[in-house]
Ligand binder design. Structure first.
Ligand code: GLP
Length: 257
């Protein structure tokens, strides 16, 4: 696992978006052999999405032959709900880029058969040959997608009971009211993420300082799910200085860009 510490969030986003653009361009995707990109929601990736939209507008990148799979979705929120992750992705990325609607894959949190929905999602990923690059964020408890502490490394796409700290953290998007936050979600599993050829996790802001320290400086531990990335050959954490305040000085020096 590699770690890149950027002076601030803007640098992190510019560099990460430019890297993703380079990866897509050098892959030379076609309709028959698309670039398969895994994507997160949350506030962490918004700056990267802004940069990707700008690169697309400037003709530096095209999403015509990119197929996306989002990591997770709340159960019970329809696609048009302002807090659904589908709505989030339309708002921050999809409406600004040239991705064909049929290339966008999402877990349907209102599916009647949620188990089947999860099986179908895994199958769709397999049919396309797996995920080339999975971008993610982490929660304050270091969850990745919605894989809460205790998620096993063999876990696949499934129904998840959200942890109390996740419900509290995400209530900021639901007018601060805990009762409005769904208590369950669909999420790709730890294995689904680890099976991607490359994984990049964005960690920014002081509120992620504890999580970042646990996943970088301590051993792989199910209590801090993001730590699993230490075992990925092409795993990388991109973070800003604000998130590094609990790291040892030597760790910061080692990874500062
Ligand atoms: C949610 C998402 C995660 C995301 C996390 C962090 O819980 N399911 O995929 O990484 O939030 O969100 P933020 O970037 O807003 O801190």
């Amino acid at each position: 696992m590699n770690v890149n510490i950027y002076p601030d969030y803007d640098d992190l986003c510019i560099e990460t978006a430019s890297y993703i653009a380079k990866r897509i361009n050098s892959y030379n995707p076609t309709k028959e052999n698309p670039f398969v990109l895994g994507l997160p929601t949350g506030s962490s990736p918004i700056g990267v999405y802004n940069e990707l939209a700008a690169l697309c507008r400037e003709g530096e990148i095209s999403f015509k032959n990119v197929v996306t799979f989002n990591m997770d979705e709340y159960i019970g929120l329809p696609a048009g709900h302002p807090q659904s992750y589908r709505y989030f992705m339309e708002t921050y990325l999809f409406k600004y880029v040239d991705i064909p609607a049929e290339n966008i894959n999402f877990l349907n949190g209102t599916a009647i058969d949620l188990q089947q929905e999860c099986i179908d999602y895994e199958n769709r990923i397999q049919e396309l040959g797996g995920i080339e690059l999975f971008m993610g964020g982490i929660g304050v408890n270091a969850h990745i997608a919605f894989n809460e502490p205790g998620s096993g490394r063999d876990s696949k796409t499934r129904v998840i009971d959200l942890a109390e700290e996740t419900i509290v953290a995400n209530s900021r998007f639901f007018e601060g009211e805990l009762d409005k936050v769904p208590t369950k979600a669909l999420s790709v599993g730890i294995k689904t993420i680890m099976d991607a050829k490359e994984v990049i996790l964005i960690v920014n802001g002081q509120n992620k300082a504890t999580a970042l320290q646990k996943i970088i400086e301590e051993a792989v531990n199910e209590s801090w799910p993001g730590s699993i990335l230490q075992l990925h050959k092409q795993g990388r954490i991109v973070c800003d200085l604000d998130a590094t305040q609990n790291l040892k000085q030597e760790t910061v020096e080692k990874y500062t860009m």
